[in-house]
Ligand binder design. Structure first.
Ligand SMILES: [Zn+2]
Length: 500
């Protein structure tokens, strides 16, 4: 069996290498590639993708997995090798169901759709994107049908990002938290609003970047294994073991944009930096799901970065760096400013209390589109109506409404709910962390984050993608993904800030 396992691992190593090469090409495309390179870059990425698909779905791999299955069943079920075979079998079974033609079709479709979406958003004209959206929905229906029988077509799409999660589970979780979040937001709307004008002063770019590097290092992001570069839409990417890069956007006239994107992407990167070398070049390398990944980024962004203890520590340094901008603003007022709650149009800029509502709205719309109860041509109207119903405000145009976000143009359906689930998981973990690390607030107050990162390394990162997300959360916290801790946190935090 050792020989066969070795052979399987070699194939996976090749697949991982191809994936990393693609990541580097994509990273370069977003950061430094001259515009003239777009066509040949697209071709190179398509070739690498096709090679990976061919290697990953080769009969040889299927046969190896078949032979290794019974052996794996006799190993310690939590061992790396047993999990490697189970996780790889699942990936293989899924990959072979998708004909190579459809892989190519998706690449072509989304390249065109993304270009159309950019133009549509710029002109705030949905009609430019509509025909592409029709094709994307039709494609996703066809894709889901490859996996019949299913309980719900949406399960198939969700499963690509959140293994084993069911649409019904997500709906139940959202139905539980929605009224509680709405109640809180209504209370806040009736309270005295905080003054956040300090955030809209001029913060020069170079100074912001120096501050970001200082904070990223402070919380434990390792620049020997990473770097930060500027992009339009920030993301984190792993180019290989020891190379986890983050990207950022700077707005010189709005403080939040840069600092929280660095802490957010830094959180994603520290997850990947914490996955042990023994799992690299295998199917167990990297984070286990988007929700768990998002739990890490949101934890550093919000539970650390928007916390009182963090600003108790960092505010004097901020004042030293930006004396004019912060003049006459107390630490408490600055803390309140970065936590201001106000329904807003754009999800990525939403505060913690309203954020999940943006996601719930999308889930409802995506399911409606897939079930055919919402027509693509009606989407702008449906979006605006539902937006008003969920957030109490109505988008003034399609650019800030239905066209605001890039995901759909990339064909990404079933993706959004992981953002909200990540928020919930971050709090489930946070409760457990505070049980395990007494005095965590005091540590943050003195700029000490090593114990927190160490806990995450040991309990979350060390497992890579060995365990499916619900199982991982259950193992660590004793319960599956749910919103109890999140709601408790929101009520306490914003109750204090707004004196509710
Ligand atoms: Zn993220």
């Amino acid at each position: 069996m050792d020989e066969k396992l070795k052979e399987l691992k070699e194939t996976m190593g090749t697949l991982t290498d191809l994936g990393h090469a693609s990541s580097l090409l994509s990273w370069d495309q977003e950061t430094y590639m001259p515009p003239g390179g777009v066509e040949s870059r697209g071709r190179a990425l398509a070739t690498l993708g096709k090679m990976a698909q061919e290697i990953g779905t080769d009969e040889k791999v299927g046969k190896l997995l078949e032979e290794l299955g019974p052996w794996a069943a006799e190993q310690d079920p939590d061992s790396d090798d047993a999990r490697l075979i189970i996780v790889s079998q699942r990936a293989y079974d899924k990959a072979v169901k998708v004909p190579p033609d459809m892989v190519a079709e998706r690449a072509m479709l989304t390249t065109m759709a993304n270009a159309a979406w950019r133009e549509a958003r710029e002109k705030s004209d949905y009609s430019i994107f509509e025909p592409h959206m029709e094709k994307i929905i039709e494609f996703n229906q066809r894709y889901a049908d490859l996996f019949k029988p299913y309980e719900h077509a949406y399960d198939v799409l969700l499963d690509d990002y959140e293994p084993k999660m069911k649409t019904e589970d997500v709906k139940k979780i959202f139905a539980d938290i929605r009224p509680k979040q709405v109640e809180l937001i209504e209370k806040i709307a009736n309270a005295k609003q905080v003054d956040d004008s300090v955030l809209f002063k001029h913060y020069p770019k170079a100074e912001q970047i120096a501050m970001g590097e200082e904070i990223a290092k402070l919380i434990g992001y390792d620049f020997n294994r990473g770097r930060q570069d500027e992009v339009h839409h920030p993301f984190q990417t792993t180019i290989g073991y020891g190379d986890q890069r983050i990207t950022y956007r700077v707005d010189e006239n709005f403080f939040n944009t840069y600092i929280f994107s660095i802490m957010h992407e830094g959180g994603h990167a520290m997850y990947e930096q914490g996955v042990p070398k023994s799992l690299s070049r295998t199917a167990l390398y990297g984070g286990t799901s988007l929700a768990v990944h998002e739990s890490q980024s949101r934890m550093w962004e919000n539970l650390v970065g928007r916390s009182l203890p963090f600003w108790e520590f960092y505010y004097p340094k901020l004042q030293a760096r930006f004396p004019e901008q912060t003049k006459g603003v107390s630490m408490e007022d600055f803390y309140k400013a970065v936590n201001k709650v106000e329904p807003s149009y754009i999800r990525v800029e939403a505060d913690e209390a309203t954020y999940n509502l943006h996601i719930m709205l999308r889930l409802e719309i995506e399911i409606g589109l897939l079930e055919g109860t919402i027509a693509v041509k009606d989407l702008p109207q449906v979006w605006d109506d539902k937006f008003e119903e969920y957030l109490g405000i109505r988008p003034r145009n399609n650019a800030e409404g239905v066209l605001q976000d890039v995901h759909w143009s990339f064909g990404l359906f079933g993706y959004f709910s992981t953002y909200a689930l990540g928020n919930l998981v971050s709090l489930q973990l946070w409760e457990k962390i505070n049980e395990d690390i007494p005095g965590l607030d005091d540590q943050m107050r003195s700029g000490e984050f090593g114990k927190l990162l160490g806990w995450l390394n040991e309990n979350v990162h060390a497992h890579g993608s060995k365990f499916y997300p619900q199982d991982l959360v259950q193992r660590i916290t004793g319960s599956k993904i749910n919103g109890d801790a999140y709601i408790k946190y929101l009520n306490k935090k914003f109750g204090d800030i707004y004196g509710l």
